[in-house]
Write a protein that binds this ligand. Sequence first.
Ligand code: ATP
Ligand code: MG
Length: 579
Amino acid sequence: MTNPKKPTQNEAMAGKESTPSANFIRHIVAEDLASNRHAGRIQTRFPPEPNGYLHIGHAKSICLNFGIAAENGGRCNLRFDDTNPAKESQEFVDAIKENINWLGFNWSGEVRYSSSYFEQLYGFAVQLIEKGLAYVCDLSAEEAREYRGTLTEPGRNSPCREHSIAENLSLFTRMREGEFVDGLCSLRAKIDMSSPNINMRDPVLYRIRHIRHHQTGDAWCIYPTYDYTHCISDAIEGVTHSLCTLEFEDHRPLYDWILNSLDLESIRQVSDLSSSDSPYVLPQQTEFAKLKINYTVVGKRKLKQLVDEGLVLGWDDPRMSTLAGMRRRGYTAASLRNFCESVGVARSESQVDISMLEHALREDLDNNAPRAMCVLRPLKVTLTNLPEAIELSLQNHPKKEEMGRRAVPLTPEIVIDRDDFREEAEPGFKRLVNGGEVRLRGAYVIRCDELVRGADGEIAELRCSVDLATLGKNPEGRKVKGVIHWVSATDGVTATVRLYDRLFTVANPESKDIEDFRTLLNPDSLRVLEGCLVEPAAASANSALSFQFEREGYFTRDTVDSTNGALVFNQTIGLRASH
Ligand code: ATP
Ligand code: MG
């Protein structure tokens, strides 16, 4: 038991970050608390299906569910909605748990699985049959479709609707015992084949599938449907507010029908509240709009396609909108939480501009990322009058002295970025030109005295002199405007740097008008620069750290490929919005 006085990590976090703004779900919860609907209890759950990795859309649902619980001293369960074993796996279960923790949330108690309620779900199905509210139907998939009717035409009753209760009980037992092949029959709710809501036209509750399950192994060959499982799992766990996305709005009547058709006391008895004296109240489903972001694919199905077809380098490819990918790219958990809070929760679909996400990221990194120097396209510079190395001390963050200082070696050979040099002065170019001066960031003013060309005619080296009177001071009698970054050529560490751009070239890759979103991939979404030089302090820093590489943007050490001493940095985002 957690001590009720000590705030949980979630509560502490909810208080620390941007103050929660009003939204319709917070409003519903506040009203339910005021009317004492659940005797003061607030319980939510995050119910992923382990058939893929979590994405930025899930982050919204996670922040909402865990946030609502934390704000109200309630609990939030993590429940794997694992009723479709064909598409699910333990790999996804593990990755999802890890991602939720990384995002900064802890679920209440043990991880839950819908599959651990299979026995109870079976018992409730028997109860529905006994009440004459469910029947075994042997229409083929095609026949069932035909009997279902359409949006404009009512459906027709299956001939199996007239089976006796005894017959249904016997058939359902035989389904469980594995007597029938896949698809031969199913268990259906007996509701109303002429309902205007197609979900209410005798929906399937159980299907036969002779397939192994990642949690229950070979124990079952019949599997309950999502709709049947979800509401009962919520009720078993004592969930008060079952928050889901809008596509389930039309399923709500079924959610309520199933729970109301069962004997309430029989649910309470198998529920987490069985031994509590709280009054038992059924959960209430409430729908909110999915998060959609332009230039981004959010749906799991499309993300899976990108991975399976090798269009990206895996679920955690830094260009993916998965939490694993965004983390590897250098997104911080705080920036995602702040973003989710800033987009809010509404009942109507809308698309969020990606600049909001990028803003949340830059804001967090600007405040918290130490500065460092990395030269992406090195050009050798010899400092002709610097006889030996000097150790400079640079502040890690310009506005935060508390972030400390680091030693930066200035050596007779350094590198600067090729883009920071021009042979001829161009109007507006404030960096180094032949014969001109520039300041090295945190160090001296240098003058370019001479160019050295390689055999190919390309500039291979600059020979520059240092004005040794300019450390922390302006030079006497002249103005030097430009400041460029640099790294010691001898003490710097070679790194590979990956530059990223948007994965899609169009704003709405998920739009219905687009025939094949895969044709709209940006061919330049990944550029790899080899032979970059990074200052020693950044090369040896804690690998989880993100940096602002001065004048280049925010970068983080790649966690996957920085093995065997290789140094790989992923660009997280540029310094300012460029699109
Ligand atoms: P997808 O549309 O990517 O396939 P899903 O809804 O099938 O997602 P689940 O694993 O079933 O994925 O989702 C777990 C929870 O996350 C559900 O409650 C779902 O409503 C919510 N969720 C999924 N996508 C989004 C999104 N884009 N915005 C907000 N919540 C989402
Ligand atoms: Mg789903």
